[in-house]
Write a protein that binds this ligand. Structure first.
Ligand code: ADP
Length: 501
């Protein structure tokens, strides 16, 4: 196997890539029972980096059984909150002390610039574990006075305990592989749940390295299990397993619907963080240069492979030409290259399939009458690169405007009045996020409640924090990750009534 990276990487990264990849099931590192493997490809050059086990039903059920046993038999679910806190803090420290290696693995596997992987993905991962460590000691129930008119002489002591939801099946996407693993594993570990994680088949490596760090941190066996494999096989087996108590999914709306159906069959609780087609609304009072930079970052960050990507820009007609002209200039100036090149601003897309999908959308835009003022297609080469693309003369009947592209493609439309901007912004099956660019406080405050979105940013976009709830409305899903809100998603209330008469 040949990684063919042209840039230096740590010896530790090289050693990790070179060794056989196995799944973490209970206390063991396992191959798939079939012995089948999946190639993991470096999107910067199309070369095979390594191979991972191709898990099937049997492997997934073994992992679920390990998680079930670790939950039912204890002692994990009864561990003291301070012990859950201690281990999460230890895991955060381990992520930090292996930060460069994790960032290189992420960059090689996903394609993203290594500086982004280090500064954002890995840093936020460590902070996520640390933030959730804080919650472990702050999960509280309540004491409630019951009335019960049919028992007038009763004397009751009633209270509500918050208990771990149980075994969590977590299925995550390929755009922020390590961070998405943390978003699921951290609240599960804070609350005393056990986990079976299935990373995306395109980007499984950082999750497997995280599995090693989880073992090193000293978690009891079976508390975290990691299975690798295809969505339609390993993912589907996990989603329909009667052995899990909750499914936590991040990915496309299409796959989310399949998972939702499977979960419903077993009445498995679920949280679904799905697709988006987020609106960026630029009001006429903006500083053109600042707004253009913001609009460009909103779409091109992470090659546009972000569920909150600002992929539809509605720009007031008064400033439309100036803002879009500047966004197009920025798009053309971005340095495209391998993620490991420190100068790279735009890396390859994650896979040939994703590149072709994105280019198919761009072509559909042209066929439906749109025009590109920057970019417009793939870049030839062994890697999976797509030019940062800005499309104008677009409208709401076009697929490029209605559907999630998940690539570096912006569609832009002018508007004349705020009601039209709101109507267009909300004319989408999705409702994950939106941003407003203006310094007109009154207009901003009036606009925020009118937007169908789980998050609204003002003069910024795609900024997430561990302390703020994150999730969508409409077909962007339900349930919230991060913040206080996620603790409710990983715990269940138990009501207790004690007759003390
Ligand atoms: P994409 O199509 O871009 O790969 P998905 O939403 O399908 O995005 O993938 C997100 C995650 O869902 C991945 O881990 C993938 O393996 C998994 N997945 C895909 N299809 C299914 C399925 N039918 N059941 C369960 N998981 C799935």
């Amino acid at each position: 196997m040949e990684t063919q990276e042209d840039f230096p990487i740590l010896e530790a990264t090289r050693a990790f890539l070179a060794k056989p990849k196995r799944m973490l099931i209970g206390a063991e590192w396992s191959d798939a029972a079939s012995g089948d493997t999946i190639d993991v490809v470096n999107p910067a050059n199309g070369c095979v980096l390594t191979r991972i086990p191709d898990a099937a039903e049997h492997d997934v059920q073994r992992a679920v059984a390990a998680a079930r046993h670790a939950f039912d038999a204890g002692p994990w679910r009864y561990a003291k909150p301070t012990e859950r806190e201690r281990l999460l803090l230890r895991l955060a420290d381990l992520v930090e002390s292996n930060a460069q290696e994790l960032a290189e693995i992420e960059s090689l596997d996903n394609g993203k610039p290594v500086m982004v992987a280090l500064g954002l993905d890995v840093t936020m991962t460590a902070q996520c574990f640390r933030y959730m460590a804080g919650w472990a000691t702050k999960i509280e129930g309540s004491v409630i006075d019951a009335s019960m008119p049919y028992m007038p002489n009763s004397e009751m002591f009633s209270y509500v305990r918050k208990e771990p939801a149980g075994v969590v099946g977590a299925i995550i996407p390929w755009n922020f592989p390590l961070l998405m693993a943390a978003w699921k594993i951290a609240p599960a570990l804070a609350t005393g749940c056990t986990v079976v994680l299935k990373p995306a088949e395109d980007t499984p490596l950082s999750a497997l390295r995280l599995g090693e760090l989880i073992v090193e941190a000293g978690y009891p066996q079976g508390v975290v299990n990691i299975v690798t494999g295809y969505g339609h096989r390993a993912g589907a087996a996990l989603a329909r397993s009667p052995g899990i108590d909750k499914i936590a999914f991040t990915g496309s709306t299409q796959t989310g619907k399949l998972i939702g159906h499977a979960a419903l069959d077993n009445i498995t609780r679920m949280s679904l963080e799905l697709g988006g087609k987020s609106a960026v609304i630029v009001l006429p009072d903006v500083d053109v240069d600042k707004a253009a930079l913001g609009v460009a970052n909103a779409i091109f960050f992470n090659q546009g492979q972000v569920c909150t990507a600002g992929s539809r820009a509605y720009i007031h007609a008064k400033v439309f030409d100036d803002v879009i002209g500047r966004v197009a200039q920025i798009a053309r100036s971005l340095k495209i290259g391998a993620g490991l090149d420190p100068a790279t601003q735009i890396g390859p897309l994650v896979s040939a399939k994703q590149r072709d999908r994105v280019c198919g959308y761009i072509e559909s835009g042209f066929a439906e009458g749109a025009r590109a003022v920057a970019g417009g297609g793939a870049i030839n080469g062994p890697g999976f690169f797509v030019e940062p693309t800005v499309m104008v003369e677009t409208n709401h009947s076009m697929r490029v405007v209605r559907e999630e592209i998940f690539g570096p493609v912006l569609v832009a439309m002018p508007f004349d009045d705020i009601d039209t901007a709101v109507q267009l912004a909300n004319d989408s099956p999705y409702g994950l996020s939106a941003s407003i660019w203006s310094n007109d406080l009154s207009a901003i405050h009036k606009l925020i409640p009118r937007l169908d979105a789980g998050t609204v940013w003002v003069n910024c976009h795609s900024l997430l924090d561990n302390a703020l709830p994150f999730g969508g409305v409409k077909q962007s899903g339900f349930g919230r990750e991060l913040g206080r809100a996620v603790i409710d998603q990983y715990t269940e209330c138990k009501a207790v009534m004690m007759n003390v008469a």
